[in-house]
Design a protein around this ligand. Structure first.
Ligand code: IMP
Ligand code: MG
Length: 173
């Protein structure tokens, strides 16, 4: 492997922050149940860990999307590769993502899911790269804001590897 990985956010820091987020979200939805939607594949490590620390009833579902055509000239449209198994109508829904970068994927996804009439629709992301934003996205819960660098681990990949790293690292090529 040619690249080396420099730790940006340690496993301990991530664990601590996820517990804080779970407590905050559980409190915000007290007396309700929450339907958590994971955007595959990157969101899966974060969602499973976050859901384990929730103190309200939680259900989960998964969705997989990909950008149309060449990502560098993306129209912002995304193709649904795998849709949700269950209807979200009338449910309190939280989308759980690994990272918000340009914001294209999430702004499209939020608009699409809003049309399905959930009772509420919020967004939680482990990482946010605000400097890279091209389309405005309302992020309700953020784990960490990070500078503009390509990161891997905790679900995030470089050429499909490194998703399993228990920390967030920067790829040095
Ligand atoms: P966006 O539509 O530009 O906000 O980007 C969405 C997707 O790009 C994320 O869900 C990731 O899959 C991928 N992505 C963006 N930045 C990174 C990164 O630093 N490392 C790995 N994947 C990334
Ligand atoms: Mg993603």
């Amino acid at each position: 492997m040619a690249e080396t990985i420099k730790v940006l956010i340690s496993e301990e820091e991530i664990d601590k922050r996820i517990k804080e987020l779970a407590a905050e979200i559980s409190k915000a939805y007290e007396g309700k149940s929450l339907h958590m939607i994971c955007v595959l594949k990157g969101g899966v490590f974060f969602m499973t860990e976050l859901s384990k620390h929730m103190t309200i009833p939680v259900s989960i579902d998964f969705m997989s999307v990909s950008s149309y055509g060449d990502a560098t000239v993306s129209s912002g449209r995304v193709k649904i590769v795998k849709d949700l198994d269950e209807s979200i109508e009338g449910k309190d829904v939280l989308i759980v993502e690994d990272i918000i970068d340009s914001g294209r994927t999430l702004s499209y996804l939020l608009a699409m899911l809003k049309n399905r009439m959930p009772a509420s629709l919020k967004l939680c992301t482990l990482l946010d790269k605000p400097d890279r934003r091209e389309m405005e996205v309302d992020v309700d819960y953020t784990g960490f804001k990070i500078p503009d660098a390509f990161v891997v681990g905790y679900g995030l990949d470089y050429k499909q590897i490194y998703r399993n790293l228990p920390y967030i690292g920067v790829v040095e090529l």
